[in-house]
Write a protein that binds this ligand. Structure first.
Ligand code: IPE
Ligand code: IPE
Ligand code: MG
Length: 248
Protein backbone atom coordinates (compact mmCIF):
# COMPACT_ATOMS: atom_id res chain seq x y z
CA UNK A 1 0.00 0.00 0.00
CA UNK A 2 3.02 2.30 -0.23
CA UNK A 3 2.02 3.88 -3.51
CA UNK A 4 -0.92 5.48 -1.75
CA UNK A 5 1.43 7.97 -0.10
CA UNK A 6 1.73 9.93 -3.33
CA UNK A 7 -2.02 10.57 -3.29
CA UNK A 8 -3.62 13.38 -1.33
CA UNK A 9 -6.43 11.59 0.48
CA UNK A 10 -8.80 14.56 0.02
CA UNK A 11 -8.52 14.07 -3.72
CA UNK A 12 -9.55 10.43 -3.62
CA UNK A 13 -13.19 10.01 -4.59
CA UNK A 14 -15.05 8.30 -1.80
CA UNK A 15 -17.40 6.66 -4.30
CA UNK A 16 -16.39 5.53 -7.78
CA UNK A 17 -18.99 4.15 -10.19
CA UNK A 18 -17.76 2.22 -13.18
CA UNK A 19 -19.37 1.21 -16.46
CA UNK A 20 -17.22 -1.73 -17.51
CA UNK A 21 -17.66 -1.68 -21.29
CA UNK A 22 -15.76 -3.01 -24.31
CA UNK A 23 -15.26 -6.68 -23.47
CA UNK A 24 -16.90 -7.90 -26.67
CA UNK A 25 -14.93 -5.60 -28.96
CA UNK A 26 -11.69 -6.45 -27.12
CA UNK A 27 -12.30 -10.13 -27.93
CA UNK A 28 -13.44 -9.48 -31.50
CA UNK A 29 -10.22 -7.54 -32.18
CA UNK A 30 -8.35 -10.70 -31.20
CA UNK A 31 -10.65 -12.92 -33.26
CA UNK A 32 -11.83 -14.61 -30.13
CA UNK A 33 -15.35 -15.27 -28.87
CA UNK A 34 -16.99 -12.45 -26.90
CA UNK A 35 -16.90 -14.56 -23.77
CA UNK A 36 -13.08 -14.48 -23.84
CA UNK A 37 -13.41 -10.71 -23.41
CA UNK A 38 -15.72 -11.12 -20.44
CA UNK A 39 -13.27 -13.60 -18.93
CA UNK A 40 -10.35 -11.20 -19.29
CA UNK A 41 -12.64 -8.54 -17.83
CA UNK A 42 -12.88 -10.49 -14.58
CA UNK A 43 -9.13 -9.96 -14.07
CA UNK A 44 -9.71 -6.22 -14.50
CA UNK A 45 -12.42 -6.40 -11.84
CA UNK A 46 -9.94 -8.01 -9.45
CA UNK A 47 -7.25 -5.41 -10.20
CA UNK A 48 -9.62 -2.45 -9.89
CA UNK A 49 -11.19 -3.67 -6.64
CA UNK A 50 -7.75 -4.20 -5.13
CA UNK A 51 -6.47 -0.79 -6.26
CA UNK A 52 -9.59 1.05 -5.11
CA UNK A 53 -9.25 -0.54 -1.68
CA UNK A 54 -5.53 0.33 -1.56
CA UNK A 55 -6.02 4.02 -2.27
CA UNK A 56 -8.87 4.40 0.20
CA UNK A 57 -11.99 4.48 -1.96
CA UNK A 58 -14.93 3.73 0.35
CA UNK A 59 -17.56 2.71 -2.22
CA UNK A 60 -17.03 1.13 -5.61
CA UNK A 61 -20.04 0.41 -7.80
CA UNK A 62 -19.49 -1.82 -10.82
CA UNK A 63 -22.06 -2.07 -13.62
CA UNK A 64 -21.83 -5.77 -14.36
CA UNK A 65 -25.18 -6.56 -16.00
CA UNK A 66 -27.98 -4.21 -17.03
CA UNK A 67 -31.71 -4.83 -17.29
CA UNK A 68 -31.21 -4.42 -21.06
CA UNK A 69 -28.42 -7.04 -21.16
CA UNK A 70 -31.05 -9.80 -20.74
CA UNK A 71 -31.77 -9.25 -24.43
CA UNK A 72 -28.32 -10.58 -25.46
CA UNK A 73 -27.98 -14.05 -27.02
CA UNK A 74 -28.81 -16.75 -24.52
CA UNK A 75 -25.36 -18.31 -24.63
CA UNK A 76 -23.71 -14.98 -23.77
CA UNK A 77 -26.08 -14.38 -20.84
CA UNK A 78 -25.42 -17.90 -19.61
CA UNK A 79 -21.65 -17.41 -19.91
CA UNK A 80 -21.81 -14.11 -18.03
CA UNK A 81 -23.84 -15.68 -15.22
CA UNK A 82 -21.36 -18.55 -14.93
CA UNK A 83 -18.46 -16.08 -14.73
CA UNK A 84 -20.28 -14.09 -12.09
CA UNK A 85 -20.79 -17.18 -10.00
CA UNK A 86 -17.16 -18.29 -10.17
CA UNK A 87 -16.00 -14.75 -9.44
CA UNK A 88 -18.13 -14.58 -6.30
CA UNK A 89 -17.02 -18.02 -5.15
CA UNK A 90 -13.35 -17.24 -5.67
CA UNK A 91 -13.38 -13.76 -4.14
CA UNK A 92 -15.02 -14.36 -0.78
CA UNK A 93 -11.73 -14.99 1.01
CA UNK A 94 -10.05 -11.92 -0.47
CA UNK A 95 -13.02 -9.76 0.40
CA UNK A 96 -12.92 -10.90 4.01
CA UNK A 97 -9.14 -10.42 4.16
CA UNK A 98 -9.41 -6.89 2.77
CA UNK A 99 -12.47 -5.97 4.85
CA UNK A 100 -14.66 -5.44 1.77
CA UNK A 101 -18.42 -5.71 2.05
CA UNK A 102 -20.27 -6.98 -0.98
CA UNK A 103 -23.60 -5.43 -1.80
CA UNK A 104 -25.88 -5.75 -4.80
CA UNK A 105 -28.08 -3.20 -6.52
CA UNK A 106 -30.68 -4.11 -9.14
CA UNK A 107 -33.32 -6.80 -9.49
CA UNK A 108 -31.31 -9.62 -8.02
CA UNK A 109 -34.37 -11.87 -7.93
CA UNK A 110 -34.12 -12.15 -11.73
CA UNK A 111 -30.71 -13.88 -11.45
CA UNK A 112 -30.50 -17.67 -11.85
CA UNK A 113 -31.07 -19.44 -8.52
CA UNK A 114 -27.50 -20.78 -8.20
CA UNK A 115 -25.96 -17.34 -8.77
CA UNK A 116 -28.42 -15.70 -6.40
CA UNK A 117 -27.63 -18.14 -3.65
CA UNK A 118 -23.84 -17.56 -3.87
CA UNK A 119 -24.41 -13.82 -4.10
CA UNK A 120 -26.55 -13.77 -0.98
CA UNK A 121 -24.09 -15.94 0.86
CA UNK A 122 -21.17 -13.61 0.07
CA UNK A 123 -23.25 -10.57 0.98
CA UNK A 124 -24.14 -12.13 4.29
CA UNK A 125 -20.62 -13.27 5.12
CA UNK A 126 -19.10 -9.87 4.36
CA UNK A 127 -21.83 -7.82 6.01
CA UNK A 128 -19.57 -6.83 8.90
CA UNK A 129 -16.76 -5.58 6.62
CA UNK A 130 -16.23 -1.84 6.83
CA UNK A 131 -13.24 -0.59 4.80
CA UNK A 132 -14.93 -0.60 1.42
CA UNK A 133 -18.34 -1.45 0.01
CA UNK A 134 -18.32 -3.14 -3.37
CA UNK A 135 -21.69 -2.72 -5.06
CA UNK A 136 -22.34 -5.01 -7.98
CA UNK A 137 -25.06 -3.67 -10.26
CA UNK A 138 -26.78 -6.82 -11.47
CA UNK A 139 -29.88 -6.84 -13.61
CA UNK A 140 -29.69 -3.15 -12.84
CA UNK A 141 -31.45 -0.29 -14.58
CA UNK A 142 -31.65 3.25 -13.26
CA UNK A 143 -35.23 3.75 -14.40
CA UNK A 144 -36.30 0.44 -12.90
CA UNK A 145 -34.65 1.39 -9.60
CA UNK A 146 -36.42 4.74 -9.61
CA UNK A 147 -39.84 3.33 -10.35
CA UNK A 148 -39.41 0.79 -7.55
CA UNK A 149 -38.49 3.66 -5.23
CA UNK A 150 -41.53 5.67 -6.33
CA UNK A 151 -43.75 2.66 -5.66
CA UNK A 152 -42.33 2.34 -2.13
CA UNK A 153 -43.06 6.00 -1.48
CA UNK A 154 -46.57 5.71 -2.96
CA UNK A 155 -47.32 2.80 -0.61
CA UNK A 156 -46.20 4.88 2.37
CA UNK A 157 -48.46 7.72 1.27
CA UNK A 158 -51.46 5.42 0.79
CA UNK A 159 -50.81 3.87 4.20
CA UNK A 160 -50.90 7.39 5.65
CA UNK A 161 -47.31 7.18 6.90
CA UNK A 162 -46.09 10.08 4.77
CA UNK A 163 -47.81 13.22 3.55
CA UNK A 164 -47.35 13.39 -0.26
CA UNK A 165 -46.47 17.07 0.06
CA UNK A 166 -43.65 16.16 2.42
CA UNK A 167 -41.92 13.84 -0.07
CA UNK A 168 -38.32 14.97 -0.47
CA UNK A 169 -35.20 14.22 -2.47
CA UNK A 170 -33.75 12.67 0.66
CA UNK A 171 -36.71 10.31 1.03
CA UNK A 172 -36.44 9.17 -2.56
CA UNK A 173 -32.73 8.58 -2.07
CA UNK A 174 -33.51 6.36 0.91
CA UNK A 175 -35.87 4.25 -1.22
CA UNK A 176 -33.21 3.57 -3.87
CA UNK A 177 -31.05 0.42 -3.82
CA UNK A 178 -28.07 2.58 -2.81
CA UNK A 179 -29.79 3.85 0.37
CA UNK A 180 -27.39 5.02 3.04
CA UNK A 181 -24.50 5.39 0.59
CA UNK A 182 -23.03 8.64 -0.71
CA UNK A 183 -23.56 9.52 -4.38
CA UNK A 184 -20.68 8.69 -6.73
CA UNK A 185 -18.01 11.38 -6.98
CA UNK A 186 -16.49 9.91 -10.12
CA UNK A 187 -18.15 7.94 -12.90
CA UNK A 188 -15.82 6.10 -15.26
CA UNK A 189 -16.89 4.49 -18.54
CA UNK A 190 -14.43 2.37 -20.46
CA UNK A 191 -14.79 1.20 -24.06
CA UNK A 192 -15.14 4.54 -25.84
CA UNK A 193 -18.90 5.15 -25.65
CA UNK A 194 -20.17 8.41 -24.21
CA UNK A 195 -23.44 7.46 -22.58
CA UNK A 196 -24.91 6.34 -19.27
CA UNK A 197 -26.83 3.30 -20.52
CA UNK A 198 -29.36 3.55 -17.67
CA UNK A 199 -26.73 3.52 -14.89
CA UNK A 200 -27.39 5.31 -11.56
CA UNK A 201 -29.46 8.03 -13.21
CA UNK A 202 -30.48 9.68 -9.94
CA UNK A 203 -27.18 9.28 -8.11
CA UNK A 204 -24.77 10.70 -10.72
CA UNK A 205 -26.33 14.16 -10.88
CA UNK A 206 -23.07 15.75 -9.68
CA UNK A 207 -20.53 13.04 -10.45
CA UNK A 208 -17.43 13.92 -12.44
CA UNK A 209 -17.54 12.00 -15.71
CA UNK A 210 -14.49 10.26 -17.12
CA UNK A 211 -14.61 8.47 -20.46
CA UNK A 212 -11.77 6.42 -21.83
CA UNK A 213 -11.22 4.54 -25.08
CA UNK A 214 -9.49 1.76 -23.13
CA UNK A 215 -11.59 -1.37 -23.27
CA UNK A 216 -12.46 -2.97 -19.96
CA UNK A 217 -10.07 -5.96 -20.19
CA UNK A 218 -7.19 -3.48 -20.59
CA UNK A 219 -8.30 -1.28 -17.70
CA UNK A 220 -6.15 -2.20 -14.71
CA UNK A 221 -4.37 -0.53 -11.80
CA UNK A 222 -2.53 2.13 -13.81
CA UNK A 223 -5.66 3.16 -15.72
CA UNK A 224 -7.65 3.54 -12.51
CA UNK A 225 -4.92 5.64 -10.92
CA UNK A 226 -4.89 7.81 -14.05
CA UNK A 227 -8.66 8.38 -13.79
CA UNK A 228 -8.37 9.22 -10.09
CA UNK A 229 -5.50 11.63 -10.78
CA UNK A 230 -7.62 13.40 -13.42
CA UNK A 231 -10.47 13.62 -10.94
CA UNK A 232 -8.12 15.20 -8.42
CA UNK A 233 -7.33 18.02 -10.86
CA UNK A 234 -10.97 18.95 -11.42
CA UNK A 235 -12.79 21.70 -9.58
CA UNK A 236 -16.23 20.61 -8.40
CA UNK A 237 -18.32 23.73 -8.12
CA UNK A 238 -21.80 22.35 -7.36
CA UNK A 239 -23.40 25.39 -8.93
CA UNK A 240 -21.23 27.94 -7.14
CA UNK A 241 -18.53 30.14 -8.63
CA UNK A 242 -14.86 29.25 -8.57
CA UNK A 243 -14.15 32.30 -6.39
CA UNK A 244 -16.74 31.21 -3.81
CA UNK A 245 -15.01 27.88 -3.49
CA UNK A 246 -11.69 29.57 -2.85
CA UNK A 247 -13.36 31.67 -0.14
CA UNK A 248 -12.88 34.95 -1.98
C1 IPE B 1 -19.43 -4.94 -21.19
O1 IPE B 1 -18.83 -5.29 -22.39
C2 IPE B 1 -19.89 -6.13 -20.40
C3 IPE B 1 -21.35 -6.24 -20.30
C4 IPE B 1 -22.21 -5.41 -20.81
C5 IPE B 1 -21.85 -7.38 -19.57
P1 IPE B 1 -19.69 -5.53 -23.70
O2 IPE B 1 -20.08 -6.96 -23.75
O3 IPE B 1 -20.82 -4.57 -23.79
O4 IPE B 1 -18.62 -5.22 -24.82
P2 IPE B 1 -18.85 -4.46 -26.18
O5 IPE B 1 -19.46 -3.13 -25.84
O6 IPE B 1 -19.77 -5.29 -27.00
O7 IPE B 1 -17.49 -4.33 -26.76
C1 IPE C 1 -23.58 -1.07 -20.25
O1 IPE C 1 -22.92 -1.58 -21.34
C2 IPE C 1 -23.91 -2.16 -19.27
C3 IPE C 1 -22.78 -2.75 -18.58
C4 IPE C 1 -21.54 -2.36 -18.68
C5 IPE C 1 -23.09 -3.84 -17.71
P1 IPE C 1 -23.69 -1.99 -22.67
O2 IPE C 1 -22.68 -2.45 -23.63
O3 IPE C 1 -24.79 -2.92 -22.37
O4 IPE C 1 -24.32 -0.59 -23.11
P2 IPE C 1 -24.83 -0.09 -24.53
O5 IPE C 1 -25.77 -1.15 -25.03
O6 IPE C 1 -23.65 0.04 -25.42
O7 IPE C 1 -25.48 1.23 -24.27
MG1 MG D 1 -21.00 -2.72 -24.59
Amino acid sequence: MQETSEFDIRLIPSHIALIMDGNGRWAEERRRPRLAGHKAGVDSVRAVVETAREIGVRYLTLYAFSTENWQRPRAEVKGLMALLRTYLESELRTMLKNDIRLFCIGQRERLPADVLSVLEQVMQETEHCREMTLNLALSYGGRNEMIRAVRKMAHKCVAGEVDPDALSEGMLGECLDTFGQPDPDLLIRTGGEHRLSNFLLWQVSYAELYFTETKWPDFRKYQLLEAVATYGRRQRRFGKTGAQLLGR
